[in-house]
Design a protein around this ligand. Structure first.
Ligand code: A2H
Length: 253
């Protein structure tokens, strides 16, 4: 881990009704999965959300009457950042596993897709962010690899009870042009490095090293409000826009 605190944007992904069985007791509240990202400007390209099936999550009630789903570790951090009624204390509603949320339909900010689904990613770390990750397969090799795993492997979908229509229709959305790599930079490096699965750790590290620096310094937005602008110039503006519209929080750890 780095030396100082890391700032993330927490993207609020609203759980659509009907709520999954395990969340039904919270039906009087709006419920959000909160995904920690370093790349708020990529939210235009979200195609799904990732949770880890075997990982533990909790649902907490914020001072604004919203239920947030994250790891307990993240909720503990949020409790010192003004999320809850009492400082330093989170308001626990219930315990969950990733499995309980898989297949939930979600409404997410900025993406052109009306509904995206909570799908399994097996490489999510317990000790980073919220344990919920938003998926941008156009620009994140990890996300593209995990999405390809689900598309290619019917038994993987079946194991986690994921319906074909939650996965098969979803393709990476071109949102950023990275000069010399292309408009679907994660797809380009996935192919170039011959990545076979989300567990291809070494190859994924090489692919990410190639694409991230270049994406940040030379990437240009392809569409939307910031079309033609450089990623590094608008990252903070997109974050502010999302926070001002209450579609995201700032979170440190
Ligand atoms: B990023 P850092 Cl398009 N386990 O968001 C594994 N990965 C996690 C995680 C966890 N518990 N929590 C967050 N992440 C991911 C978008 C994105 C991200 C793009 C490109 C690169 C990228 C869409 N996924 O991250 O170790 C989240 O994915 C490159 C590093 O704190 C989050 O930002 O540096 C990033 O990893 C945080 O990783």
């Amino acid at each position: 881990e780095g030396v100082g605190p890391q700032e993330y944007t927490l993207i609020k992904m609203k759980v659509q009704e009907p709520y999954p069985e395990k969340l039904k007791s919270l039906s009087k509240y709006p419920i959000f999965l909160v995904a920690a990202t370093l790349r708020p400007e990529t939210m235009y390209g979200q195609t799904n959300c990732w949770v880890r099936p075997d990982m533990k999550y909790i649902a907490t009630l914020t001072k604004d009457g919203e239920v947030l789903i994250s790891t307990e570790r993240a909720a503990r951090n949020m409790a010192y950042q003004g999320f809850f009624e009492k400082d330093g204390q989170f308001n626990l509603k219930l315990h969950l596993t990733g499995q309980d949320i898989l297949g939930a339909g979600l409404t997410a900010p900025l993406t052109s897709l009306k509904t995206i689904y909570a799908l399994p990613m097996l490489t999510i770390k317990e000790d980073k962010g919220t344990g919920v990750v938003t998926s941008v397969p156009s620009d994140s090799p990890d996300d593209y690899a995990a999405l390809q795993d689900l598309k290619k492997k019917q038994p993987l979908r079946e194991k986690y009870g994921i319906k074909d229509e939650m996965v098969l229709p979803f393709e990476p959305i071109a949102i950023i042009d990275v000069p010399e790599i292309g408009t679907l930079s994660a797809v380009a490096v996935y192919n170039e490095f011959k990545i076979q699965s989300q567990n291809d750790t070494e190859k994924l590290l090489a692919a990410k090293a190639k694409v991230y620096l270049k994406g940040f310094y030379d990437g240009v937005m392809l569409d939307g409000e910031f079309k033609g602008k450089k990623v590094q110039d608008i990252k903070k503006l997109v974050q502010k826009k999302l926070v001002d519209s209450k579609e995201a929080f700032i979170y440190m750890e």
